[in-house]
Design a protein around this ligand. Structure first.
Ligand SMILES: [Zn+2]
Length: 106
């Protein structure tokens, strides 16, 4: 589901998200629940003095930046979160752990 989402991101935004991953952008997860159709994940993308709210679920993706709010495109922050999640799952599995759900207040 996240890979399919990444496939819909245009080349320029995909590249900028990849550069962000290499530059150490942070994704602070506030909520992550795994469902039958994919993950529902929400949190903050942070770098420098910037912070954006990103939400991805099987129903779609949203970000607080102007690319999404005004232009209706899939932005680099959404792409970055998809990449960061995939990287996290891969790291967990290679360490023989399962990616953990995150629910506020638990
Ligand atoms: Zn964005």
């Amino acid at each position: 589901m996240l890979r399919k989402l990444l496939g819909k991101v245009d080349e320029g935004r995909f590249s900028r998200a990849l550069a962000g991953l290499a530059a150490g952008w942070q994704f602070e997860v506030g909520y992550r629940v795994f469902g039958q159709r994919g993950v529902d994940v929400r949190g903050f993308v942070k770098y420098g003095r910037k912070q954006y709210t990103v939400a991805i679920s099987p129903k779609g993706a949203w970000c607080s930046c102007s690319d999404v709010v005004y232009r209706g495109t899939l932005c680099k922050h959404i792409a970055f979160v998809a990449m960061a999640e995939l990287a996290h799952y891969a790291a967990e599995r290679s360490a023989h752990r399962e990616p953990q759900e995150v629910r506020p207040g638990t």
